[in-house]
Design a protein around this ligand. Sequence first.
Ligand code: AMP
Length: 585
Amino acid sequence: MLDTTEGVNFDIVIDEFEAMTKDAKRVQEETLKKILEENAEAEYLQKLGLKGKTDLESFKTHVPLVTHQELAPYIQRIADGDSSPILTGKPITTISLSSGTTQGRPKYVPFNDELVESTMQIYRTSFAFRNREYPIGRGKALQFIYSSKQFKTKGGLAAGTATTNVFRNAQFKSTMRAMQSLCCSPDEVIFGPDFPQSLYCHLLCGLIFCNDIQFVSSTFAHSIVHAFRTFELVWKELCNDIRYGDLTSQVTDTSIRAAVSKLLKPDPELADLIYSKCSRLSNWYGVIPELFPNAKYIYGIMTGSMEPYVKKLRHYAGDLPLLSADYGSSEGWIGANVNPKLPPESASFAVLPNIGYFEFIPLGAMTEISVKDNESSTLLCVDPKPVGLTEVKVGEEYEIIVTNFAGLYRYRLGDVVKVVGFHNSTPELQFICRRNLLLTVNIDKNTEKDLQLAVEAAAKLLGKEMLEVVDFTSQVDFSTEPGHYVIFWEMNGQASEEILRGCCNCLDRSFVDAGYIGARKVGAIGALELRVVRRGTFQKILNYYLGLGAAVSQFKTPRCIGPSNNMVLQILCNEVTYSYFSTAF
Ligand code: AMP
């Protein structure tokens, strides 16, 4: 039996999950009934004529599929202080701000206690499965987690990113304690006002407690890679701080300084040890297990837009396993990774049937039409016919629709998932991509995944010169006739012109969509352009988003820059050092 400190028995957590997933259809019906009962008074449901009915047929007949756009006016009224039952029976008192990095702008979404509860449920569930395979001992976790700025909406509601709302909730700490996963850094570091100072102090606290660290984690894997890229630059300064027990003057925030200084005592022995370990490493391979000898694994979301960081993470991780974390969004959680032994590339998520009511639009059967909006092209479907959670088929791709306890009804999340199997009777999903098309000039259709694969293929050519792509994004440039794809690349060094020309041609050839190839051959799409940007450009983009209220914990590099994202485009264009046009076609 697993040892616990807060009375949570993780064997029981697994048993409950097994029982619930064996009965997923019934649990889904009950969950829908409960959501509709609790929110029967909500103006939104009343207006749709549901009249307190809680059965599936009435729900499907009366409630339409919606996107965030349709719900936005209701959410805005809540944010503006209207406390009548608008979307939920009980008034919403907190608003989450989605990262906005996938869609270009942050969105407001309702947040409530039920979302906190389902977050804790999913944390406990995946931990229970993880700990069965990779048990951790008593100790601490080096968690690169950061809160965003919290602010009040016009109506006085607390607003912040969903992760911030969770980190600030008392249940977060008690759940982490029960999982023996408390963050080694004090709260002042997590909630500090300045990201670089918080990051530096997370690293410092990790080193102070290096023998206690049981695992290294972040919400999205990008934050861990970013942290160790920074470590490569500041490790000597960290050693100095530890040697003399004196925090660098670069950390100026008084609350962070006070909290971290309390932990810092002169320790020349530890400083020497870290110094000699770092000096011995070859190109920082395996730095994480070297610094944290008792760490059992690395944990964070490594799927979807995080996949491009997995290679670098593996490099830092050496022989430590990478465990991919769960699947969710600001709107709510969806599934837990209950097969932690699978590598990130094949990680899947078993849907928790009691945290929401889930429907799936089969993509194969959908009539797709490409429509341009300001951001990018979007796939719209004509008369989509969603199926229920237990009706999905293995091997098929679906767009996911969520109904939850926080006032979202038949809400199109915008994600495409693939069913790769079943855990009892609940499906295991793999994340495929956002539904929005990323790159399209005319008849071509390329998603975030297509871009990622093209970049991966082309980046292999850099290996010859021991270089790598630090980060990337893209744009469709319509200022030329015809329009063409532009790929922005930041690398960790200077590549030769010959190699970069090869990379550019390889990128162009790696978009295997028939529409793209056809249009390129007849000249209806111009030659792909590779623009190399200076080192540090993507850090500037991250800083720009942080300035808008985003949180590092939820940051995802935008993979396509639409015309409405002028500021980011400007940052990129100012930093271009070379540009190459493909001669592949
Ligand atoms: P946000 O609410 O802005 O933090 O973004 C939520 C989005 O992040 C989801 O809709 C997904 O597109 C993406 N996401 C969240 N979890 C995962 C995961 N485990 N794998 C891949 N993508 C994910």
